[in-house]
Design a protein around this ligand. Structure first.
Ligand SMILES: NC(=O)c1ccc[n+]([C@@H]2O[C@H](COP(=O)([O-])OP(=O)(O)OC[C@H]3O[C@@H](n4cnc5c(N)ncnc54)[C@H](OP(=O)(O)O)[C@@H]3O)[C@@H](O)[C@H]2O)c1
Length: 286
């Protein structure tokens, strides 16, 4: 919202809030974009958007899955998990991979990709319902509720007895510190997000020096630097979903007027899966 992260423009008072959305073309003066076609891209918290740079829109192939998938598992969250886990985490069969915010839009895929690579996959989330979902539906090997554990260090010790080889970090803060203390030699930390630090004063890390004696790597990334991988990613993820190798959960709220509450609720952890808001009917289902 502050524009500090380079993957979203700062919100401006009095302006429509930008959001990645699926849309259907109502009118077009742009070559190659026909009325009725489905597209996704940066539109707005609004029912109708005027797009002056249609080149930024991507056309939707409805045969690859639900059209909403283009802003979830087949879109940016999917590519983020794919790049952050496979390219930066580089999981190897037999290793232990830990994912925070593991039931969310990105986390659920990051963990499943590591499981497909043959790793033991452990997740954390903020409710017992999410923990059950992570193990039973997403097929992680283990998960824990970081809000009810007395000590994150002890929770990691219990669920990652062989240490952590790859950490897919969505939250930063105390969890990152606890993982640093449990990291294996030549471990990799893929820093996708720091949601626990988005408000207030950052706490700082006590265990950062673990990177030295563990000869470990920590890499932050912003998905827009990896758009060149999108065309390779899309058919692979679509095939994994179609085969059931990967499952994906969306958490859909209905109504344009509910967007602010849905967004704030996501930041508070109300969502189980990718939080989306439905503002119109899906023309592929009519
Ligand atoms: N680097 C990139 O290019 C890129 C791209 C997309 C997203 N991201 C980042 O990736 C992370 C996940 O994004 P997402 O879209 O997949 O969101 P998400 O996981 O679907 O939703 C956010 C989740 O964060 C958890 N959370 C909120 N406050 C927390 C706290 N203080 N400590 C720990 N967990 C907290 C909540 O789940 P619990 O109930 O489990 O607490 C909430 O459901 C975010 O940090 C986001 O900024 C980065």
């Amino acid at each position: 919202m502050k524009g500090a992260t380079a993957y979203a423009a700062a919100f401006e008072l009095g302006k429509v809030i930008p959001v990645r959305a699926v849309g259907q073309i109502e009118r077009s003066n742009a070559q190659g974009f026909e009325v009725g076609e489905l597209v996704w891209g940066f539109l707005g918290w609004e029912q109708y958007s005027l797009v002056s740079d249609p080149i930024s829109l991507r056309k939707i192939d409805p045969t690859l899955g639900s059209i909403s998938y283009n802003i979830s598992c087949l879109g940016m969250p999917g590519l983020t998990a794919y790049v952050g886990m496979l390219d930066l985490g580089r999981p190897v069969a037999g290793e232990t991979v830990f994912v925070s915010a593991a039931s969310g839009a990105v986390g659920q895929l990051a963990g499943q990709l590591a499981r497909m690579a043959g790793c033991r996959v452990v997740g954390s989330a903020g409710s017992d319902e999410k923990v059950r979902h992570i193990v039973e539906k997403l097929r992680f090997d283990a998960a824990f509720n970081y809000k009810t554990e007395e000590s994150l260090e002890r929770a990691l010790e219990m669920h990652c007895p062989a240490g952590v080889d790859v950490y897919f970090d969505n939250v930063g803060g105390d969890m990152l510190d606890a993982v640093l203390a449990r990291l294996n030699t030549f471990g990799r930390i893929s820093v996708c997000g720091q949601i626990s630090e988005y408000e207030g004063t950052p706490k700082g890390l006590k265990n950062f020096s673990a990177l030295v004696h563990k000869r470990a790597a920590i890499t932050g990334f912003i998905i827009y630097d990896h758009m060149d991988k999108f065309d390779a990613f899309l058919p692979k993820m679509a095939a994994w979903l179609a085969a059931g190798d990967v499952v994906y959960y969306e958490d859909i709220v209905e109504g344009l007027d509910r967007i602010p509450a849905a967004f704030i609720g996501m930041l508070r952890g109300e969502n189980l899966g990718k939080r989306l808001v439905k503002v119109g009917s899906d023309p592929t289902l009519q």
